[in-house]
Design a protein around this ligand. Sequence first.
Ligand code: ZN
Length: 238
Amino acid sequence: MIQTAAGALSPPPKRGNPDSYHTAKASKSSKNYTANNSKMTAKNQQFSFSELQLLMRGKWAGYHGSVGIIQHKIGKQVGCQGCGGEDRFSFQKDYPETGRWFCRQGGDPTGGDGFALLHHIYGWTPQQQLQSVADYLGLSKIDDKEKKALRLTAEKQAKELQAAIAKKDEQARRDSNVLTMLENLIDEIRHRQYLQHQAVRFNGGYIAEPTIDEVTTAQELNAAILEAYAHKRGVDYV
Ligand SMILES: [Zn+2]
């Protein structure tokens, strides 16, 4: 089973209802990673998975390396530290941002974000995952005021990410509009070519004027291009 990616925008797990995503995979080769367990207490539960995921963007390789997960080139198929094999495991393209990985797990494919990897390789519980990452980010030592500030930053980043995604969707809609209009215009020009051809064959030939439809579709294409691209200058387009 492939677990859905716990993206940076997923809602924080509900209190008293452990995020099933991070516990879904009962790895047969679970082993305790004792080097860090000593630091893990039930105390630091203030930061949720989604908040930590935001704060961890770009830091997964460094963090995973620090807890003993061997780093490979992104996309390279290698043996899995969690379940063996020779070439079943790989880091995904967005690994630096999300920690995302994939493992074929001997015919039972699995994958997930940087937290889920801690479970796949070390069998860590959600609590252990949160604690270890919070320790790495130095969040265990900071006071409540600093935590609040960080949380606000994380929320702001989440909103910015959402806005960027919405903007991208809107641009994709405009781009696809332009393509549709362009195809319509090509159809109309082909139609006129056909009319011209018929005219030469049967009517001794005359020059077919552009049809009304052809002119209309050209105008629609023009409008779609303006809508899609004219606004771009000076706009921080992601
Ligand atoms: Zn594996």
